[in-house]
Design a protein around this ligand. Structure first.
Ligand code: PLP
Length: 479
């Protein structure tokens, strides 16, 4: 790496990215290209000789950008947000600059120690019980995604119970979660070799706002025990993907504890808001949990990827995931003086992700981070009001954070509600001026409006609502 060449090229790249952000609203939020578009634009083999950066950036502008969906656009209201920020971006730059591979402490002591420190900072800020701090038996670790987080704790829980009941019991192990739980749990069960029929997806409905009922969970556990099965894992969610439902942690956690079931709490999206004192109570009951996860890369201004996992018993993770080959042995690890995060995750190699989280926490401060989520929640409340004022629409589930679930209502007996809303979604997204997504709740096709892009202001919400109203008028007029 030639330092002067880096300086020159990196300046050009920063200029390119800064210009991208300056003009981000001029692109269709949802890419409008057709499958296979890029193959037609790029050569079918790699260049034999070096090309110039200008040449490549030109292609990025002309060929790549049309195929980009602009997650950082202020008009992005789809799925859940995936925040970037200057702080997160600079942290990523620094991490790319050092390009260390911090699998054990010795491979870059700062990477391990900074990760432990910032995860302890956040554990304190979220008021997680002391058991989750690194100073006790537990601690925090950065995973790539919430999917990896739930996988590693599921493996830890599986192996822990099998150490007690014997390895042959694997086909009898049962996991529990609501039917609103993110699909990553099912994937984890598949990877973990669990009997797919014993991955219970417990039914929820509008009567509990799609939260898991403790009675339903308790009955399922009792039934399974009576049939000779072994309940071992419960995943509860604070802020489900479809509608931000909140499972009742205290009640579920108490049942799990009595039945010796590992209790995992997934707050991938909503965890960030729980830094605010007024939303912190949504984590009440987390003291009953064995593990807790939230994605800093969703709504905490930390560029993807950065998923935060805390466990109360780090030895359970380590027993499942550690390896100790000769070529990695060193004094610090052998002497049990340090954390080797390779034993808390699936891969060996790991990036210096704590740098960007540390930068975010320092350049915003906890109060800055709180105001970031508060601002989005206020904008979502504003949008919810707009929907409520138009009798052609209805808000479908109560809004807690920054997601509004709503539907366009058909004039009596004239049209299928699901088709109408699917058509509205397509029509709105095809404008390229706004991007929203959908879910299905109780068989109903529901529109989701998720506020959370850092650049979103009230005027963007107003524009999105105007487009929704205009497209609704056109659709209803054509019936
Ligand atoms: N859990 C919840 C509640 C989610 O909403 C999501 C993604 O949106 C996930 C887990 C999976 O997140 P990841 O992409 O980090 O695996």
């Amino acid at each position: 790496m030639d330092a002067e060449q880096l300086r020159e090229h990196a300046h050009k790249m920063v200029d390119f990215i800064a210009d991208y952000y300056k003009t981000i609203e001029s692109f269709p939020v949802l890419s409008q290209v057709q499958p296979g578009y890029l193959e037609k634009l790029l050569p079918d083999s790699a260049p034999d000789y070096p090309e110039t950066l200008e040449h490549v950036l030109n292609d990025v502008q002309e060929k790549i950008l049309p195929g980009v969906t602009h997650w950082q656009s202020p008009n992005y209201f789809a799925y859940f947000p995936s925040n970037s920020s200057i702080a997160g971006f600079l942290g990523e730059m620094l991490s790319a600059g050092f390009n260390i591979v911090g699998f054990s402490w010795i491979t870059s002591p700062a990477a391990t120690e900074l990760e432990t420190i910032v995860l302890d900072w956040l554990a304190k800020a979220l008021k997680l019980p002391h058991d989750f701090h690194s100073t006790g038996q537990g601690g925090g670790v950065i995973q790539g995604t919430a999917s990896e987080a739930v996988l590693v704790v599921l493996l830890a829980a599986r192996d822990k119970i099998l150490r007690t009941v014997g390895k042959d019991a694997l086909p009898k192990l049962v996991t529990y979660a609501s039917d609103q739980t993110h699909s990553s749990l099912l994937k984890a069960c598949q990877i973990g070799g669990l009997n797919p029929e014993l991955c219970r997806s417990l039914k929820t409905d509008a009567s509990t706002n799609y939260a898991l009922s403790p009675e339903v969970f308790s009955e399922a556990v009792s039934r399974d025990i009576a049939s000779g099965l072994i309940p071992f894992f419960l995943c509860a969610t604070v802020g489900t993907t479809s509608s931000t439902a909140i499972d009742p942690l205290p009640e579920l956690g108490k049942i799990a504890k009595v039945k010796n079931i590992w209790f995992h709490v997934d707050a991938a999206y909503a965890g960030s808001a729980c830094l605010c004192p007024e939303y912190q109570h949504h984590l009440n009951g987390v003291e009953e949990a064995d593990s807790f996860n939230m994605n800093a890369h969703k709504w905490l201004l930390t560029n993807f990827d950065c998923s935060l996992l805390w466990v109360k018993d780090r030895s359970a993770l380590i027993q499942s995931l550690s390896t100790n080959p000769e070529y990695l042995k060193n004094k610090a690890s052998q002497g049990n003086m340090v954390i080797d995060y390779k034993d808390w995750q699936i891969p060996l190699g790991r990036r210096f992700r704590s740098l960007k989280l540390w930068m975010v926490m320092r350049l915003y401060g906890l109060e800055g981070l709180r105001n970031h989520t508060r601002n989005h929640i206020n904008l979502a409340a504003y949008f919810e009001d707009l929907v409520g004022q138009d009798p052609r629409f209805k808000v479908v589930t109560p809004r807690t954070f920054s997601l509004v679930c709503f539907q366009l209502l058909p004039p009596a007996n004239t049209e299928d509600t699901n088709k109408l809303n699917r058509d509205l979604l397509d029509s709105v997204n095809s404008t390229g001026s706004v991007f929203i997504t959908h879910t299905v709740l109780s068989g109903q096709f529901i529109l989701r409006f998720a506020v959370g892009a850092p650049l979103t202001e009230q005027r963007h919400v107003d524009t999105a609502w105007r487009i929704l109203q205009e497209k609704a008028t056109a659709l209803l007029g054509s019936l």
